[in-house]
Design a binder for this molecule. Structure first.
Ligand code: HEC
Ligand code: HEC
Length: 144
């Protein structure tokens, strides 16, 4: 008898621990179901911000000040390089990719864009005046 009620009590305690533990482990999305904040259902226009965003730290990839919808990057073609490569930037009035984009991880400068810089959107994102989805307390070093 005693043993039975002890195991029952233990089960309840374990359950409570389980409940509080899962309550603490939430994703950044919180308790919201994945389909509730589906971005595709709330299309947001990327806008060009007047004056653009300044850089907040050295070696920050600059934000993209133009729309990129439909710009394809795959094995055969890279739409971004059509305007940003050293061969073409003058023609399009675009900023040329910097020399760092030719360096491989061993600091060797290659003749063309380094594979690790090929997928531009890994680091560069378009500007947007959207409110942050998650509150962010980041301050740049000179504003601390
Ligand atoms: C049709 C030409 C064209 C294409 C394609 C293009 N860009 Fe641009 N991009 C420009 C021009 C022109 C500027 C300069 C605009 C300005 O300063 O207002 C620019 C500016 C930028 C900047 C800002 C550079 C700086 O120093 O602040 C970034 C970053 C950038 N583009 C990334 C990209 C990426 C990534 C892609 C592909 C997804 C891309 N661009 C595709 C023409 C293009
Ligand atoms: C691994 C991250 C990364 C990738 C991938 C990447 N960039 Fe960058 N980019 C940066 C950083 C960091 C800077 C600023 C410092 C520098 O020049 O290296 C930058 C700078 C730039 C600039 C401004 C150059 C200048 O002189 O001010 C342009 C334009 C640019 N990138 C375009 C591109 C394009 C186009 C691609 C794809 C072909 C690309 N980047 C891929 C990180 C990246």
């Amino acid at each position: 008898m005693k043993f039975k009620s002890f195991t029952a009590a233990l089960a309840v305690v374990l359950m409570l621990i389980g409940v509080s533990a899962t309550a603490e482990v939430t994703s950044l999305r919180g308790d919201t179901a994945t389909d509730e904040n589906n971005i595709a259902e709330h299309p947001r226009k990327n806008v060009e911000i007047d004056g653009g965003f300044g850089l907040n730290f050295t070696h920050q990839p600059p934000l993209i000040p133009h729309r990129i919808r439909g710009y394809k990057i795959d094995l055969k073609s890279n739409k971004c390089l059509q305007c940003h490569s050293w061969k073409t930037y003058r023609k399009y009035g675009a900023t040329k990719i910097s020399i760092t984009h030719f360096e491989n991880r061993d600091d060797q400068v290659l003749a063309d864009v380094s594979p690790r810089r090929y997928f531009c959107l890994q680091c560069h994102v378009p500007q947007s005046d959207a409110a942050p989805i998650i509150e962010n307390t980041f301050k740049s070093a000179d504003k601390q």
